[in-house]
Write a protein that binds this ligand. Structure first.
Ligand code: FAD
Length: 435
């Protein structure tokens, strides 16, 4: 074994690539290893890639807004050309419906005010003016179509929505990950594909590298777990899971792609939208489709997956439930007999807030538990992890004296204690994909 690298990153999804980019900028020699054939082919590939700024916690909101600034300035952020082209930020804004369940977004609005993030408070007339296809009937709580009360209307309709101009979605999450890989390579980072990590190597209670499925051993003083929905498996290989108060699990999710109502060019006019009254989010998709996922309301049973390499990738009755619920908000929605869409896994932390932290194994770091909502934050996650790793390797005891990072656009500090594996469950969380 030869030590050629300062750090090995397990995973070349958007998180692993962003960490490689930021560590490389600090002069570290990194190697990403991924069992798939290219960057961004894991769960990132099926991400809805919505870039929104509203979260249920102040830290989550601050990090999301700071990240938005990088997506909005992608070319400069990367600093290099990618021969494959650059992913596009579709800056359409984001619409979030005010409803009973989110207390008309009072808490989120006060966080926006505190952070100085702009938003517009629309009544439903204004919503209709912008998006005539939307209906304001309230159906809360979200229900399954087989529920006899499905479609039962509440007396008061939705009052309106908050529109965040600073938001949108990324045209192609896999391409965006390739963009970051190319930017990292320009700084000296290396990537190895079709390379599955099967063992975390240790000597004298410190990590020394990884073993690949073909028997190759690669040595490095630092290894970072950025393996997405496989995170719990890698944590078990490293023997660090028992030392984490917050753990991660893989959760199966379906996303449906439905044709827009006839005569409506939703692809050009639509924006990412979030509606807790029907437990759904949606956004425009190529081919004038509307892509929609569940916001994990109580009626949708959670399908935890024991083996992230072996789960049902076909749509089920869940897809139908999501389509019917979306049709409550978009009554002219067309629902084909054969619904299309994608199925993939979230890497869910116990409180749906990620873990960006060290571990009890010196040299082994965690960028896990992204809980279906951390594609958008990847640029800042890369920076947070790089700073955390450098500080810890320089001797800072992060568990006692947490690393703090400066969000340069917001001009605000965030303590990485927020993302600690040793935190108590954060009760401020929405315990859903909304973070
Ligand atoms: C359906 C869906 C919709 C989503 N929508 C949004 C959204 O709209 N907005 C948002 O912000 N977030 C969204 N997310 C969440 C977001 O996509 C994820 O948080 C993010 O992509 C996770 O990136 P990652 O790099 O951690 O994981 P991945 O992209 O899964 O990358 C992990 C990589 O690790 C590799 N790996 C695993 N095990 C091993 C091993 N043993 N050896 C080597 N390599 C290994 C895998 O092959 C994989 O490439 C969504 C997620 C899903 C599934």
């Amino acid at each position: 074994m030869k030590t050629k690298y300062n750090a090995i990153i397990i995973g070349s999804g958007i998180i692993g690539c962003s960490i490689a980019f930021e560590l490389s900028k600090k002069g570290w020699k990194t190697l990403n290893v991924d069992k798939l054939a290219a960057a961004g082919l894991g769960s990132t590939a099926n991400s809805c890639a919505v870039v929104r700024v509203h979260y249920s916690t102040l830290e989550g909101t601050a990090v999301a807004y700071e990240s938005y600034r990088y997506w909005n300035d992608w070319t400069n952020y990367l600093g290099v050309e990618d021969p494959n082209g650059l992913a596009k930020f579709m800056k359409r804004g984001v619409l979030v419906f005010k409803s009973r369940v989110n207390d008309n977004l009072k808490k989120i609005r006060s966080m926006m005010d505190e952070l100085g993030i702009g938003y517009e408070n629309w009544d439903f007339e204004k919503v209709k003016e912008q998006f005539p296809i939307l209906d304001n009937t309230s159906y809360y709580p979200p229900r399954r179509p087989e529920d006899p009360d499905f479609g039962k209307k509440n007396e008061s309709p939705l009052s309106g929505a908050i529109y965040y101009p600073e938001g949108g979605y990324i045209s192609d999450p896999t391409l965006s990950t390739h963009n970051v890989q190319v930017a990292a390579e320009a700084r000296g980072a290396e990537f190895k594909y079709n390379a599955k990590v099967v063992n975390i190597l240790k000597e004298d209670k410190r990590l020394i590298g990884v073993e690949l499925a073909d028997g190759i051993l690669i040595e490095a003083p630092v290894v970072i777990n950025a393996s997405g929905p496989h995170s719990f498996i890698i944590n078990r290989l490293a023997g660090v899971e028992d030392g984490m108060k917050i753990k991660t699990r893989a959760l199966r999710h379906e996303v449906v792609h439905l044709p827009a109502p006839s005569g409506v060019d939703y692809e050009s006019i639509g924006c990412p939208s979030s509606d807790s009254d029907i437990g759904a989010y949606w956004r425009p998709e190529i081919g004038n489709h509307i892509l929609s996922g569940s916001e994990d309301p109580e009626c949708d049973a959670k399908e935890w997956i024991d083996d992230p390499d072996d789960f049902n990738r076909n749509l089920t009755e869940q897809a139908k439930a999501q389509a019917y619920r979306l049709a409550q908000r978009i009554p002219d929605l067309r629902i084909p007999n054969q619904i299309q869409g994608v199925v993939d896994l979230y890497d869910v932390a116990d409180d749906w807030i990620p873990i960006y932290d060290k571990s009890e194994l010196p040299g082994f770091y965690l960028a896990v538990g992204t809980s279906g909502n951390q594609y958008k934050t990847a640029p800042v996650v890369g920076k947070m992890m790089a700073e955390l790793i450098v500080q810890c390797e320089n001797g800072q005891d992060h568990d006692k004296d947490p690393v703090v990072i400066r969000l340069k656009h917001l001009k605000r500090d965030v303590s990485l204690k927020f993302y600690s594996r040793l935190r108590e469950i954060n009760r401020e969380s929405s315990f859903s994909v909304l973070g």
